[in-house]
Design a protein. Structure first.
Ligand code: AMP
Length: 396
């Protein structure tokens, strides 16, 4: 998939609007706890600065309900941008109101303006044409660098693109990189290619599993979703997370894998707990011996060994979804062990965004992976084979 390239777009000396994804995690005191998303946008911002542009930045943050809510102000983001870029970053008091319009009009080349949280406007999530038009009227060129929100048809992501012709809009460097990585992964991966798929439910990853099946050589299942497959195979999984309505689908997927010659692996042992709690009584057991009423909350050591063995010869690894309830230390070990193995591997390693990116970062392995996506929902939709609404208008 080839996108309108920022480097082929004449932006020299122009006023540009860059849709970024500054939806960063913050603690209760408003401190940014992880600024990866801000740092990921710097390449595009620096390029526009080098091209003498006047730069207007827009982003959403959290889920304010379509009106101003100081809890969700972008002021901490403006401060972090200032620290990273070492130039002044103006912050508008609103999105398309008096303050934003005036500051945007008076913005000079080499200057940066950050609009307030786009979701302070009701129209943002409704893809309201009036809001799109108001945002578009501020700039001569539109750049989308917000991969994490490109699966949403929102006013600043999709609607706004209608106000710019192909010579005046482009994908930023981050968006380009994300689309390119997933494109190569899905269209021409170096083989053998293994997908490690975990997370809570089969339903959340069903479409991705179906789309991945004909493309991969091996699938390794972990997390809560494993139990629907195990139950479908006749195991008694106690109180583990199971989606009974998907038992038939689980069998279908395993049959399909067999037909396609894809090796399909399920956990052979688990860390079972009496209840879903960090202090629950727990023990290791094989998947055939989960005590009645207990639930599997992590993969066990035999599964870790098996998965390491299976991953030994692969050249490409895609990882989406934790192997257990990694938020609780007691059930994080399986995910941590797999993370270390993936990080040490010589294969190309691509980590989906969201929880998987979070867990890899928690244990400080983010630098060791080939690529970590900045978008959980967006990367999952790419794995499902969808064309993202924010990306479609930027295709050549
Ligand atoms: P997802 O959003 O589908 O990728 O799922 C991520 C969530 O799955 C994390 O919050 C994990 O705590 C949860 N999870 C992983 N393994 C299990 C399990 N065995 N039982 C229940 N939840 C799990």
């Amino acid at each position: 998939m080839e996108l309108l390239n920022l480097k082929e777009c004449d932006i020299n000396g122009k006023k540009v609007f860059i849709r970024c994804d500054f939806n960063v995690p913050m603690d209760d005191y408003g401190n940014i706890t992880d600024d990866r998303r801000i740092r990921s946008a710097l390449a595009t911002i620096h390029y526009c600065l080098d091209q003498q542009c006047a730069i207007i930045l827009g982003s959403h943050f959290g889920r304010p309900k379509g009106e101003r809510d100081d809890k969700y102000t972008l002021a901490p983001v403006a401060r972090r941008l200032h620290q990273l870029l070492k130039i002044d970053v103006k912050l508008a008091e609103d999105v398309v109101g008096e303050s934003a319009q005036t500051l945007a009009r008076e913005l000079e080349n080499g200057e940066i303006l950050l609009l307030e949280n786009l979701r302070f406007e009701k129209g943002e999530t409704k893809n309201d044409p009036q809001l799109s038009a108001a945002l578009a009227s501020m700039a001569e060129v539109y750049i989308n660098d917000a991969f994490g929100v490109s699966h949403r048809a929102h006013a600043s992501v999709e609607g706004i693109t209608r106000y710019f012709d192909n010579a005046h809009k482009a994908a930023g460097f981050l968006l380009q990189k994300e689309i390119q990585f997933f494109g190569v992964l899905l269209e021409r991966p170096v083989r053998p290619f293994a997908a490690i798929i975990g997370g809570s439910k089969v339903s959340g990853k069903l479409e991705a599993l179906i789309n991945l099946l004909p493309k991969v050589d091996k699938i390794l299942i972990g997390g809560g979703m494993a139990f629907t497959f195990l139950k479908a195979l006749g195991h008694d999984v106690g109180n583990s997370l199971v989606e009974d309505e998907l038992l038939g689908e689980a069998i279908h997927i395993m049959n399909e894998a067999k037909q396609l010659g894809v090796k399909f692996y399920l956990p052979v042992d688990v860390v079972a707990a009496e209840k879903f709690a960090p202090d629950a009584m727990s023990r290791l057991c094989s998947v055939q011996e989960i005590p009645s009423g207990w639930m599997g909350l992590d993969i066990g050591p035999a599964t870790v060994r098996l998965y390491r063995q299976v991953l030994n010869d692969v050249q490409t690894i895609l990882w989406n979804g934790p192997m257990g309830v990694y938020e609780m230390d007691r059930f994080a070990r399986g995910s941590n062990k797999i993370a270390h193995f993936v990080a040490d591997s010589y294969a190309t390693t691509v980590v989906g965004g969201g929880d998987t990116a979070d867990l890899v970062q928690r244990i400080g392995l983010d630098e060791e992976m080939t690529f970590i996506s900045t978008g959980g929902g967006a990367s999952l939709e790419l794995l499902e084979g969808k064309i993202l609404p924010g990306v479609k208008p930027l295709m050549k």
